[in-house]
Ligand binder design. Structure first.
Ligand SMILES: [Zn+2]
Ligand SMILES: [Zn+2]
Length: 394
């Protein structure tokens, strides 16, 4: 079977894609509160003939397309939430909601997801397998993907592979990254409490000074990345806040610190966490104090499966040409697509959406963020081609 020319079919959808994107851009919603967006997604997918489930992980939408022939199930994911940022663009389609804006491009992801769904529905009879669309809420640090997984998004049917993409404004429009291995880092948040025994500032021998202990803890923690992590690997351990004490003449009983760990490999993450505990235990015990450590896994690393990434890369070459497919160094930012990628062989792609000449190259999460909308049909062609190539290769 020769593959349809998804690039030209997607280009024909461009006015519709732009209309979807601009409507969503004018009506941003945060976190799990993406009710209007999810409503539009569910209605559009229903009209396209998909089996639609709503309210998955509170406001997520799952939709299934049956191909005309039996085969595997491929999952495609789009995220729907905006950010609490006041937009300062004056485009006619600028956000109409004060203090909220699509500054990460998720409006574009929804438009690309809907366009891909429209294209694949048109070709359903030819597809050897099923396509499962997952539109998730709360990507921005609120674990929306985990909520959808916990609510059965991957249960019926269980997908055999998953793909997703992120518009990337620091890459020129139309460039694609689809590579095996780590792409985005795991993020953990930390809260450390050092507990001593408070007392009079002039009678230190009767106390255990939590501030003095914290000073030793802070310098000990600096040895984890520099002395324990393999220099060929990457990790960040940052303590962002230190709070303790109430007055100049009182020795503090407790000090509280907050921080974050970023890693790509589970082994490195384990090394950092183990050394963190050992150092906290040793330093505080040696100085007569105790500690509490609270680690919260915010997002796992996005690590692309080699075989599935190769299918995505071949699709990218077909859609944008060899010279527009490039390698990107792994990014220290995190993405909860990792919740899908840790359960299903997956590939997360970046698609360049920046255009410096048009001034459309502000970074993500910036109040001037906007992108070159000509990326939308390219994104549709990329996702559709990737999905079909996966189904036909499996
Ligand atoms: Zn973001
Ligand atoms: Zn994002």
């Amino acid at each position: 079977m020769t593959m349809p020319d998804y690039r030209s079919e997607a280009e024909a959808l461009r006015p519709q894609l732009i209309a979807w994107r601009r409507d969503l851009h004018q009506h941003p919603e945060l976190g799990f509160e993406v009710r209007r967006t999810a409503g539009i997604v569910a209605q559009t997918l229903g009209e396209l003939g998909y089996e639609v489930r709503t309210g998955v992980g509170r406001t997520g939408v799952v939709a299934l397309l049956h191909g005309g022939r039996p085969g595997p199930t491929v999952m495609l994911r789009a995220d729907m939430d905006a950010l609490p940022i006041q937009e300062i663009n004056d485009a006619p389609y600028a956000s109409q909601v004060a203090g909220m804006m699509h500054a990460c491009g998720h409006d574009g992801h929804v438009a690309i997801g809907l366009g891909t769904a429209a294209l694949l529905a048109r070709h359903a009879a030819e597809l050897p397998g099923r396509v499962l669309f997952v539109f998730q809420p709360a990507e921005e640090g609120q674990r929306g993907a985990a909520a959808m997984v916990a609510d059965g998004a991957l249960a019926d049917p269980v997908p055999d592979a998953a793909f997703g993409l992120h518009l990337w404004n620091t890459m020129p429009m139309g460039r694609v990254v689809a590579q095996a291995g780590p792409l985005m880092a795991a993020a953990d948040t930390l809260r450390i409490t050092v507990r001593g025994r408070g007392g009079h500032g002039a009678l230190p021998h009767e106390t255990v000074d939590a501030v003095a202990v914290t000073g030793q803890v802070l310098s000990a923690l600096q040895t984890i990345v520099s002395r324990n992590v393999d220099p060929q690997e990457t990790a960040v351990l940052t303590i962002g806040t230190v709070h303790g004490g109430t007055a100049f003449n009182i020795i503090a009983e407790t000090v509280e610190m907050q921080g974050t760990i970023r890693t790509f490999s589970p082994i490195v993450r384990e090394t950092v966490l183990t050394r963190l505990r050992v150092l906290l235990e040793g330093v505080t015990a040696g100085l007569g104090a105790t500690y509490e450590l609270d680690v919260h896994e915010m997002t796992g690393a996005v690590v692309n499966d080699a075989r599935v990434a190769e299918i995505a890369r071949a699709a990218a070459v077909q859609v944008v040409g060899n010279t527009a497919v490039s390698w990107h160094a792994p990014l220290m930012v995190s993405e909860d697509f990792s919740e899908f990628a840790r359960r299903v062989p997956a590939c997360f792609m970046l698609i360049g959406s920046g255009n410096a000449e048009l001034g459309l190259n502000a970074p993500h999460h910036n109040p001037r963020f906007d992108f070159d909308e000509r990326v939308l049909p390219i994104g549709v062609a990329l996702l559709a081609t990737t999905a079909v190539r996966y189904l036909e290769a499996t």
